[in-house]
Structures are given as C-alpha cells and as structure tokens.
Write a protein that binds this ligand. Structure first.
Ligand code: ATP
Length: 312
C-alpha cells in the first residue's frame, strides 16, 4: 500500500534565512502512530505547519493520500486534521456549534449523527450545549481534537497534545489516541516526553536542528533498551582480554581496567555467573561491579548531542 503521508526532502527557511527544516524525508503508513521527539526549537511545529499548509515549504514535497499539498491543496488538506499546541477557542460558543463550524469549513454537510459520534467518542456528548468557557482545561483539549476530527480526516496531527497537562490527563489523552488508531486514523504527534512516545507510538522519529536523526520501530528501539551492560572493574589493569573471556559480548576498556559485558535482560540466562567464574579462574580480582542500562532517553540524548558536536 502506498504511504498515506509522504514527505520528501522538505526544507523550510524563515525570513532572515534561518533554516528550520534541512531536508526532512519521512513516509507514514496508514493506521500507524508516529511520535516525533525533539528538544525545543528542533523544527517539530514547523514540520507540522508545513505539511498542514500553514507555512509554505522552501523546497521539497509532501503528499497526503497521493495528493500534493501544493498543487492539490484542497484534496490534501481535507485529509488532514490538526490539533494545535495552543488552545484557541471562542469562549462563549457552545461545544457542538464549535465542532459543527469546523466541519462546515471543509464544505461537509452538517450531519448531526457524525457530530454526535465524534463528541461521544471524546466523552463530550453530555457537554455539547456547554459554553467553551465552562469547560476544564482537559475538556477544552478534547474540543480541539473534536474540531480537528470534524471533517473526518484520515491523518491527525497532534502538536504536543500533553504539554503542561497533569499525569491523569496525559493518560486520558493516550487512551483517546489509542481509540482513534483503532478507528483507523493515522496519527502524527510531537512531544518532548520520551515516556509519551514509549506509551503510544508504533514508530519514533527523533528530530533536532531541523533534521530527522532517526526513525525507528518502537519495538526495535525497546529491544535496544533491553540490552544491559555489566562493567567489571579490575584492581589491576590488564593488557589484553584472556582467551577464555574472548566473546562478541565482552570488551576491554581502553585503559584495561574494566571488562564490559553486554547482555540481554530478557534472556532466560544472563551469563553473568559464568562470566564472573571465568574472571576468577583467570586470577583477576574485582574492585567493583556496576550495571548500566541504555534507555530511549540515552539514545535520544546521544543523538542530539552528536548532532550538536557535528554542528560545532
Ligand atoms: N515564523 C518564524 N520566523 C522565524 N523563525 C521561526 C519562526 N517559527 C519558528 N522559527 C524558528 O524555527 C526553529 C524551529 O521552531 P519550531 O517551533 O518548529 O520548533 P519545535 O521543535 O516545535 O519547538 P518547541 O518544542 O519549542 O515547540 C526555532 O529556532 C524557531 O525559533
């Protein structure tokens, strides 16, 4: 199946020449949830705004459901829903009218059963006649999502859906996203929160300084996280690994004072007992033993850090 969203070598320079996107390419399959992680100023909002036609790309192309966002703007845009970062709603408007208005903007008939379905899906049906100003912050966020879904888009962009919200509301939002996915909506969300990407995404993209540094299946990233390292610190440094310890899992630190053993925490046997027995057999004495686990956060920090160094 062709990707529902295809971003090819997208570049965006703002007035004054600042390059916010430096050639981003990404293909998204229908029905997946992709989380774009990145620090402040990475270019996440610029990417979303460009795809949604709020800003114009300097170069590159984007297609949604095969429609080019520039040459077939109306078709492409009608397939996209956008939930912006900031809550901008008319305080005196009723919930249902706000959502009806958004639907009308796309020239869709005011099918009340469709509005009811969307409002029910977001647990807003009993608030349909409330004015926006009467709603809690969490409910307002739900209204933003309802508005974005009003014209039945196939791809939903959520720009930092849980920035500044409490833990409970964040979990609520994750449930909503999971529900939308089960209805077949493709979701692209941006976030600063690694645990958010871990909790709901199928794939994770890391963006920094206008570049997409990595896009990977979450399960594969998690498999990487499953790896743990045991650092065996020796009282006396050695020049080389003894033959009995040589394996693809064991390395010697540069100063010869540490054996580094990489193992999979999910395996039935870690091999640690055997390793320590071999260390003892070789007559090596231990000063200390330390374990370290790589996390998505480490991977993220390393990537962003490497990128900063490369730019320096
Ligand atoms: N209209 C604009 N004019 C000039 N520069 C801009 C404009 N909008 C954004 N930028 C710059 O482009 C860069 C990327 O901004 P963007 O808002 O896309 O980042 P972000 O990853 O969404 O950040 P955050 O997580 O803080 O929302 C930033 O350095 C920002 O200052």
């Amino acid at each position: 199946m062709p990707p529902i969203l295809k971003i090819s070598n997208l570049r965006k320079s703002y007035d004054g020449g600042f390059e916010a996107l430096k050639g981003v390419s990404l293909e998204i399959e229908e029905g997946e949830i992709i989380a774009l992680l990145g620090p402040n100023g990475a270019g996440k909002t610029t990417l979303i705004s460009t795809v949604c036609g709020i800003t114009t790309a300097t170069a590159g192309s984007v297609t949604v459901g095969g429609h080019d966002i520039q040459t077939e703007y109306r078709e492409a845009r009608s397939m996209i829903g956008l939930v912006p970062q900031e809550i901008a709603l008319e305080p005196f408007e009723k919930v249902i009218n706000t959502v009806r208005f958004s639907r009308g903007l796309f020239g869709k008939s005011s099918k009340d059963e469709k509005l009811e379905q969307i409002l029910r899906q977001l647990s807003l049906w009993d608030k349909k006649d409330s004015q926006i100003r009467e709603l809690s912050g969490g409910m307002k966020r739900r209204v933003l999502i309802a508005k974005a879904l009003a014209h039945e888009p196939r791809v939903l962009f959520l720009d930092e859906p849980t920035a500044g919200v409490d833990v409970e509301l964040r979990k609520d939002m994750w449930d909503i996203v999971a529900g939308l996915k089960s209805d077949g909506v493709t979701i692209v969300l941006t976030t600063h929160y690694i645990e958010e990407a871990e909790a709901i995404a199928d794939r994770i993209g890391v963006i920094a300084k206008g570049e997409l540094l990595l896009v990977e299946d979450k399960a594969k990233l998690m498999a990487r996280m499953g790896k743990k390292q045991l650092h065996v610190q020796l009282t006396e440094p050695i020049d080389a690994l003894p033959a009995s310890l040589k394996s693809e899992h064991v390395t010697l630190s540069e100063d010869g004072a540490e054996l580094i053993y990489t193992y999979d925490t999910r395996g039935e046997r870690t091999g640690i007992t055997k390793l320590l027995a071999q260390v003892a057999n070789e007559g090596l004495t231990l000063r200390d033993v330390v374990t370290r686990q790589s996390s998505l956060e480490d991977i993220f920090v390393d990537l962003v850090h490497e990128d900063k160094e490369a730019a320096a």
